[in-house]
Design a protein around this ligand. Structure first.
Ligand code: NOJ
Length: 493
């Protein structure tokens, strides 16, 4: 009976969509913030325009030693320096509440230090902020997303403890000059990744290979710098500007390989998330106990006179503890852990005494270290709530990079399944998440992967001098979610 087929089809199709949409848990709470995320070096381009100085990423990519796929650079990237109005128009059209972007230290302070502020640099960010506010989009501004001036790196960068004050001076300029337009600040993006890859194994800028020492020193100084910026804001700007300030790091749940293993999951959590979150969000402050003990023990066995992990004085422990209004979570995958080590000695990886792997059934993505594990997102959120007394959490990045072009069912399915976990964690389990940002608005410069790994819901044509932007199917899916403020089925178009 061919004539009844379309009717049947519509019926099945509609009920599937309605079933998903009616679950009591699948609506966003009132005032929940849904946004999209980017970072300065990955999208702006205009790397040497006006008085902008060379950043560590400019140096790293121009150094041409084959460290970036196809020797690509962020010289032009998405050209958002010139095309920011188009980016804001896309955010507006899709209905996002918020835009997370970062400001470039080298654009604002071309000489690294606060004695000289670039008017052109400030103009760019003021124009971007004005455009966002005119369109009713909340700016969530990351003060530092991995791209400090090379001049500062030449003085030791994050391995020099003077960096704490240099960063604080820079943050103060950002607060003073741009702060009146901003209600959400992130101080530093992913200290742990910048530390391990920039100062440990050297795979990212500034490319320092000082494994087992450099990453701890860098993070130590970043935690202090974060706290300095936080306190500066509280003392000098909070009463007039009244923004909230947090720090962002990547964090994922570690499942044990062996069901009888009672310790590895906790060790995984403390090394992965506790390294930077525990000093700020735990009741007692400082690095996690297991983390300190394991590094001290390994250091001793390796003949070091003291732990390779620096100590915080009691004064710093107190100063850092509680220095955030929210926990910023970047989330991409889950891990499986078991006791052992197959990593370089010494290193942060080796200090964990864990072999990290994935379950074979977890779906691969174009980035080998990220497998798709939606339940891992829910478990991470619940674990953070439990560990730190249910802090306010903003998810600042979550996304995937399938190799699919404009038709991107894997990305839609990813967002559907991850947002579902998010909503269950909030509405069913009471986790205090107040906002969620996708990574990323645009395809952009994905660090050492160059432009081949594409996280955007908007395609950018990097062969086109105009850097044409085109919506992927996932952008349409997000538009439906944003207008309905509820989870939407993957296939209702
Ligand atoms: C986290 C980083 O903050 C961001 O810069 C990067 O592009 C994404 N992870 C995806 O790898």
């Amino acid at each position: 009976m061919p004539s009844s087929l379309p009717v049947m089809f519509i019926f099945i199709f509609t009920t599937a969509c309605m079933r998903l949409a009616t679950s009591e848990y699948y609506s966003f709470p009132p005032n929940f913030i849904l946004g999209a995320s980017t970072s300065s070096y990955q999208i702006e381009g205009a790397w040497n325009i006006s008085d902008k100085a060379e950043s560590i990423w400019d140096r790293f990519v121009h150094d041409n030693s084959g460290r970036i796929a196809n020797n690509e650079t962020g010289d032009i990237a998405c050209d958002s320096y010139h095309k920011y109005k188009e980016d804001v128009a896309i955010l507006k059209e899709l209905g996002f509440d918020s835009y997370r972007f970062s400001v470039s230290w080298s654009r604002i302070l071309p000489e690294g230090f606060a004695h000289y502020v670039s008017q052109d640099g400030l103009n760019y960010y003021n124009k971007l902020l004005d455009e966002l506010l005119a369109n009713n989009i909340k700016p969530l501004v990351t003060i530092y997303h991995w791209d400090h001036p090379q001049l500062i790196e030449d003085l030791g960068g994050w391995r020099n403890d003077r960096m704490v004050e240099w960063f604080a001076d820079y943050a103060r300029i950002v607060f003073r000059e741009l702060g009146p337009k901003i209600k959400y600040f992130v101080t530093i993006n992913e200290p742990s990744i910048l530390a391990t890859s920039g100062y440990g194994n050297g795979t990212k800028a500034p490319g320092i290979q000082d494994s087992g020492r450099g990453e701890y020193l860098a993070t130590h100084n970043m935690l202090k710098a974060h706290a300095r910026a936080y306190h500066i804001y509280q003392n000098e700007f909070k009463s007039t500007q009244n923004a909230v300030i947090g720090i962002v790091d990547v964090c994922q749940h570690s499942y044990t390989k062996d069901a009888n293993d009672n310790t590895s999951s906790e060790v995984g959590f403390e090394f992965n998330c506790g390294w930077t979150f525990h000093p700020i969000f735990s009741k007692e402050g400082d690095y996690p106990k297991i983390f300190k003990e394991q590094i001290a023990e390994k250091s001793k066995l390796q003949g070091y006179p003291r732990s390779r992990l620096p100590n915080f004085s009691q004064e710093w422990i107190t100063y850092i503890r509680g220095s955030a209004d929210f926990l910023g979570l970047n989330h991409y995958t889950a891990h499986v852990v078991q006791p052992g080590s197959n990593a370089q000695v010494p290193s942060y990886e080796d200090d964990q005494n864990l072999v990290v792997s994935f379950r074979p059934e977890w779906k691969a993505t174009s980035v080998s270290i990220f497998k798709i594990v939606p339940i891992g997102f829910g478990d991470t959120l619940r674990e953070l709530a439990e560990a730190y007394n249910n802090p306010v959490i903003y998810v600042t990045e979550n996304g995937v990079a399938p190799n699919e072009g404009l038709k991107d069912p894997t990305r839609i399915q990813f967002f559907h399944d991850y947002v579902r976990e998010l909503l269950l964690a909030i509405n069913r389990d009471g986790v205090n998440v107040k906002g969620y940002h996708i990574w990323s608005l645009l395809d952009s410069f994905e660090w050492t992967h160059g432009y081949g790994v594409k996280f955007g819901i908007i395609e950018v044509d990097f062969n086109d001098p105009m850097r044409k932007r085109t919506k992927k199917d996932s952008a349409s899916w997000w538009k439906r979610v944003l207008s309905s403020r509820r989870l939407q089925p993957v296939d209702c178009d």
